[in-house]
Design a protein around this ligand. Structure first.
Ligand code: PLP
Length: 463
């Protein structure tokens, strides 16, 4: 296959993509395949001789789509969304065509500078203070790991980078009980240890209690530990919980700790000014992460970390060996120094395309619709016999149960086998609950109201 063939097959792929998206509503949302089925359809070994692309493409059409869960389906309401707006897909095609490696300014000047400008656009669109700059990672997990490594090194005055953790005091991190598991992963990878991530109990609204946070930090200090950082939750994965960001950041600051706010999902909603009270006080954070690849339409992967001052993170993660020097230039930003991997994709391009192609007002309208339709779906589910709303909508996420765990789990299985909508579960206060999040780029009110209709039918509660 050469570049002429590529041009031909790219057109075929674009046509296929259009038809695929047009036909999504006719497909079951969740893959209806058994483990091992796809692998059994592939040969045991790679071919020795080249195969025609026609054959490969035909196999793709025959094997892959039916064995996929369709994240772009307008009735995907599981986990959190992973939206890929058409403008984002187009930008990804262009980025793929250049297959740029954006580790240094000089390996991709346009990518570096577009990233700088677009992070600024997004900061302003979210209403964050002008002191924030930032960078684009693959995932919120990487951004949180970067922040946790920075917390560790800042607390150790960068002695850990040089000499390791042996002989150092026990480092402690603090997060809400509602915080994401990526914080546990970061504590593990950073050598801090999951046991030294102190999960602070939440209040009646499932927000981290700032008084308990302060008490835990003081107690750890008294015990000879080294408090290093606080990770706050703005839109938790389970039920969408929000910590009281301002008061919790005030404690972190008063205690001299580095702070990171995880707004991976909910951050996108902050383009709407009316939702910003949910993260009131966020401007005092050292680091904030949000994923445009969740709710904003810039397809996976695209996770923006805003930094009040990049210097501590760059000091923690940045290395500049001879072979990575940009000779004769000290006035450029090399974004590999801001993050964990050296190599970097051109992620800013899709964000640039999305923000321009839909405009902030177009994106706000989508998010406002999602929040409004989630509230309607909540009311319709609450009216079904036997259903209980367990947590009320936070933005566009709420949870419900259908009696006890066995009945709720059985109903969830039925719903996802049925395939018209896709829902996933969590456990809240020990109770098995079904989550509903509304956030698909192209979903309509009718798509969302399919949820109560399907639940009513399958639970036998339909009129
Ligand atoms: N933080 C929150 C609140 C999340 O909901 C998620 C994923 O859903 C993550 C972090 C991890 O995101 P990523 O997949 O970008 O690592």
């Amino acid at each position: 296959m050469d570049h002429d063939d590529l041009a031909h097959w790219s057109k075929r792929a674009a046509d296929w993509a259009r038809d695929y998206h047009r036909g999504l509503r006719d497909r079951p949302v969740r893959a209806q395949t058994a483990p091992g089925e796809t692998a059994a359809r592939l040969p045991q070994r790679a071919p020795e001789a080249p195969e025609p692309i026609e054959t490969i493409f035909a196999d793709f059409e025959c094997i892959v789509p039916d064995a996929m869960t369709h994240w772009q389906h307008p009735r995907f309401f599981g986990y959190f969304p992973a939206n890929a707006a058409p403008a984002s897909m187009l930008a990804e095609q262009l980025a793929n065509a250049m297959a740029a490696q954006c580790m240094l300014w000089q390996t991709a000047p346009a990518a570096t500078e577009i990233e700088q400008v677009i992070v600024g656009w997004l900061r302003d669109a979210l209403g964050l203070g002008a002191r924030f700059t930032g960078t684009i990672h693959d995932s919120a997990t990487t951004a949180t790991l970067s922040a946790v490594l920075t917390m560790r090194e800042r607390a150790l005055d960068w002695a850990g980078n040089a000499g390791g953790l042996s002989g150092q005091p026990r480092i402690r991190l603090y997060a809400s009980a509602q915080g994401h598991s990526s914080i546990d992963k970061a504590a593990r990878i950073a050598g801090i240890g999951q046991e030294n991530l102190v999960r602070i109990a939440t209040d009646a609204d499932f927000a981290l209690d700032p008084e308990r946070l302060e008490a835990a930090i003081r107690a750890d200090r008294a015990a000879g530990h080294l408090p290093a950082g606080v990770i706050l939750c703005a839109g938790g994965t389970g039920i969408g919980a929000f910590d009281r960001i301002g008061p919790a950041l005030a404690v972190a600051r008063a205690q001299g700790l580095y702070s990171h706010v995880d707004a991976a999902w909910a951050g996108s909603a902050m383009i709407c000014p009316e939702f910003r009270p949910l993260w009131d006080g966020v401007d005092a954070a050292d680091s904030v992460v949000m994923n445009p690849h969740k709710w904003l339409g810039a397809q996976f992967d695209c996770s923006v970390q805003f930094l009040a001052d990049p210097a501590p993170q760059v000091r923690t993660l940045g290395l500049r060996p001879d072979y990575l020097q940009t000779l004769g230039r000290s006035d450029v930003t090399d974004f590999n120094e801001w993050t964990v991997p050296l190599g970097r994709r051109f992620r800013a391009l899709k964000l640039w395309f999305v923000l321009r192609a839909y405009g902030l007002e177009g994106l706000r309208t989508r998010i406002r619709n999602h929040v409004a339709w989630a509230a309607e779906a909540r009311d319709a589910i609450a009216a079904l016999p036997g259903f209980q709303i367990v947590t009320e909508p936070r933005l566009s996420l709420f949870t419900f149960a259908f009696g006890d765990e066995a009945r709720t789990a059985a109903l969830l299985q039925e719903v996802n086998d049925d395939g018209r909508v896709y829902l996933t579960q969590t456990r809240h206060l020990g109770r098995f609950v079904i989550r509903v999040q509304v956030g698909q780029f192209d979903c309509t009110r009718e798509d969302v109201m399919t949820i109560p209709r399907v639940l009513g039918e399958l639970s036998g509660a339909a009129a």
